[in-house]
Design a protein around this ligand. Sequence first.
Ligand SMILES: [Zn+2]
Length: 317
Amino acid sequence: MLVVFSPKFNRLLHSKNWQAHLPYLTHSWRPSYSRIYILREIVGLDVPLICLSATCPKSFRNVLLSTIVLPMEHDITSFLDIAFILPLGCREADLIKTLKYVDDIELLTKMFWWAYQRAASTGLLDYVIDIVHSGLSVRHQEICLEGFRTGRTAILLGSSKISTGMNFPGVCRVIQYKCCDLTIPDFDQRRGRGARYPGEFSVSMIFVEPSMLEDHISVENPKSQDPGIIELIKSDECIEAIIQRCLENESWSRDPSFPCCNRCTPDLRPAREFQFIAEHWKEEWRTQWPSYGPKSLISDSGLEDNSLWLIWNGKML
Ligand SMILES: [Zn+2]
């Protein structure tokens, strides 16, 4: 039997200790915390080790969470990938209570003003959107967290300021925008801000920036990133299966009747914002599709029905 006695070690074991139950070592851990992981490497997997933490697997928390991982399709600062949270023409009652995490404060602020203006152009009142991060005054943070708690604010944008231990009723959606430097335990904590109360259901989403999907970053060579996150965003496997494996929840098994992720249930994908791109008429189109013209794509009544206004190049008509 191995008995470890040290006041400092004791303190470590009584704080965040997911470092003891992850298969990957992550650069973001403090060195002293990493030693728990190393201890486990030394004693081996045959020695029973009891680990109690807030990131207990879902089976112990009994909540309903679906998870979506999507590569960004638009420029990061255009925010078009997440435009579905504020559909144009929506009413306040249509908004889904959403928490959005952005770890870059400058990008977070930019996103806030984008959302604020989009909400205003739709006729929504300004309190439906709010922002919280440690750079704002304590009073502002208190007011905006209370607004989100009571439901006055529907969409709260924040940084790691919205952390473990904060509970908001009715959160149905948690969005992580960019995943550079994110770890699986951090993401698990963040998505766990959704569906905190019995009977609630939440969808969590990670929008992956192109730089994280580059070929030179891999699970074997994750650079400074968490290998678990790299596996999560690059694999085709069930997202929940990867998370549970990273959290070493061996008892987890997929419930085929529950939509765990967008790889198992593609319909979970949110509606995307489309961009209309004007293209000048190309002569080769006439050769490729001799009997087609603009009216083959959309009829006059279709244009009116959909309130779409397209300007066709003169040569095409
Ligand atoms: Zn799945």
